[in-house]
Write a protein that binds this ligand. Sequence first.
Ligand SMILES: Nc1ncnc2c1ncn2[C@@H]1O[C@H](COP(=O)(O)OP(=O)(O)OP(=O)(O)O)[C@@H](O)[C@H]1O
Ligand SMILES: [Mg+2]
Length: 311
Amino acid sequence: MKKTAPAPESAIRIRNLQKTYANGFVALKGIDLDIPRGSFFALLGPNGAGKSTTIGIVTGLVRATGGTVEVGGFDTATHPVETKMQLGVVAQEFNFGIFDTLFEIVLNQAGYYGIARSEALPIAEKNLRKLGLWEKRNDQARTLSGGMKRRLMIARALMHEPEILILDEPTAGVDIELRRGMWDFLRELNAAGVTIVLTTHYLEEAETLCDRVAIINRGEIVREGTMKSLLSTLDQESYVIETVEKPTESQMKALKTLRPILAGDGNIEITLKDTQSFDEVTGKLRDAGLTIHRLRNKANRLEELFVQLTK
Ligand SMILES: Nc1ncnc2c1ncn2[C@@H]1O[C@H](COP(=O)(O)OP(=O)(O)OP(=O)(O)O)[C@@H](O)[C@H]1O
Ligand SMILES: [Mg+2]
């Protein structure tokens, strides 16, 4: 049964989190964030927004200069062991020994968490198989492709069967087919109860996978909530219209109340407010003697919101 009010228990609770790096750069300006247990959470933001810094602090790799982080109710500053046991982390940068074999990498990880080898073996096999790496288990990690290395990081992060999995750009450099496979894998984990937090620059990926999202910009959370509620705040949408005939200057003039942009390829771009109906566009195009050949959204909806909020 789905839990409703009161607010769902937080897997991760962040309050007034601040980070000033040694060189004086203020990367986090006091952020608050609640990541509900069981959610599939996207932390989005442009390059340098503070995503990896936030993840670094949650996972104990970066020291905060202010504020608190709780993981499953434990303060990360006072209970580092309890928090680490609950977290699986896939960092943005590859961070395994490249001369070690895949099997050594995942089994050693289990060792760090005090898991007996006999217990670790079936977990390693299950995850390496699911991530398509089983055949490579005795190869050195340096022989893997970029996408395989990223999947190895996921297999390693899951060795101690954490309740929360944090992935910093897990699909960067992963081809489309593998990415979809990875989505299915992450969905399966989430359905089994694992809270998943990911950062990605593929907004379509976030929109497809995640039920909650926070957008961070220059060290501040600019928007946070369910994916649905966020997308419903979008008050305009842009379309690309390909007409049968290339629009002439006078036809473009006839459309001027729509404030169209004629793109280099002859397509017409139009941005509609929430209050405007697409009927208005079809009518004006017809009056101008233009026939729609094809029509598409210029960007996906999350992308549009993201650009509005972070520009
Ligand atoms: N060790 C460091 N010393 C000084 N500044 C740092 C350090 N690490 C990160 N920064 C700065 O902090 C800001 C936030 O960096 P962070 O890596 O958290 O961004 P991000 O949101 O993960 O970006 P990306 O999408 O590029 O991965 C950036 O301006 C970065 O240059
Ligand atoms: Mg980053």
